[in-house]
Design a protein around this ligand. Structure first.
Ligand code: NFD
Length: 266
């Protein structure tokens, strides 16, 4: 549970890299964000604050500033239990755009931080209480609001990659996941930027047991929830392009060897 050393420098550096190296063509004079100002907005939300007093509005100004004017049309991609393959597939925003491909999330993805009202620097550099007994919202303050804000920016057709091979009683679509609690309920239902269709892509890890397919168990619940809310729904098990990505890392799996043989003959 170590916190990230150099949080400020990493965040500001990532912000410059995002705007001027990774996506220079998307960055024109009109939409350049001031990286120092963004960091300062983030910092003033958390520095000298006690972690367990955070809530879902703590980082509001930061997201308002970092995501001002952004809409993600027909390319927003969500994930639950499929972090690695989703990001390989989204291609850093080339194919699809995940939360982590937005500036607001890219600046802090994978970092650990928390404010401390007693520390001279205003941050706790040793450890963060990641479990506030009396305030569940404290732990959700950043990623909960990030997820909610991103869901509100998604328009048109959206995609979610789910894991149909979850073990230990977990399901592909699970209560208390960020996807079910903060994303699905916040998709826009009206206006020019409404969500029209939700495409679920369900993955089964090569050679592992298939626990759920489209239309089964929790995926049936998901389908009902989505259609009852007036969105179109489609579900696909194991799209080929995703199988190929998974097999790229699991060449030795039996199912991947079969896929390889078929590909050679094609
Ligand atoms: P989950 P979920 N690497 O898989 N979101 O539906 C890293 F860095 O159970 C994004 O609850 O699905 N983190 C973030 C991981 C945080 C990894 C929260 C991994 N390999 C919510 N695997 C974020 N970027 O940190 C799991 N986690 C963490 C949004 C993950 O950070 C995304 O837009 C999260 O704290 C996505 O559509 C926790 O495990 C959805 O919510 C639960 O991941 C994923 O949340």
């Amino acid at each position: 549970n170590g916190t990230t050393c150099g949080l400020k420098e990493i965040m500001i550096g990532r912000c410059y890299e995002y705007q001027f190296v990774k996506y220079p063509s998307a960055t024109n004079q009109h939409n350049i964000k001031n990286c120092t100002a963004l960091y300062e907005t983030f910092e003033s939300a958390v520095r000298y604050k006690s972690h367990c007093n955070m809530n879902m509005s703590t980082y509001k100004d930061y997201f308002d500033l970092a995501l001002a004017g952004v809409h993600v049309i027909n390319r927003a991609m969500f994930w639950s239990g499929t972090y690695a393959v989703t990001h390989a597939y989204s291609g850093s925003g080339l194919n699809y755009i995940t939360l982590e491909d937005t500036l607001a999330a890219a600046m802090v993805n994978g970092l650990v931080w928390c404010g401390n009202e007693n520390h001279t620097e205003g941050f706790d550099f040793n450890s963060c209480p990641n479990n506030c007994k009396d305030n569940r919202w404290a732990d959700l303050a950043f990623w909960g609001l990030a997820s909610k804000t991103f869901a509100q920016l998604a328009a048109g057709e959206i995609f979610v990659i789910l894991n149909g091979s979850q073990l230990h009683g977990r399901s592909a679509f699970r209560n208390n996941s960020y996807f079910s609690d903060f994303e699905l309920p916040n998709f826009r239902r009206h206006g020019e930027y409404r969500v029209t269709k939700i495409n679920a892509l369900v993955l089964h890890s090569p050679d592992e047991k298939v626990m759920e397919r489209c239309g089964e168990k929790s995926l049936r619940l998901l389908e009902d929830l989505i259609t009852n809310n007036g969105f179109e729904y489609a579900c696909k098990d194991d799209p080929e392009e995703l199988i190929l990505i998974m097999c790229g890392n699991q060449w030795e799996a039996r199912e991947c060897q079969i896929a390889r043989r078929v590909l050679r003959q094609a």
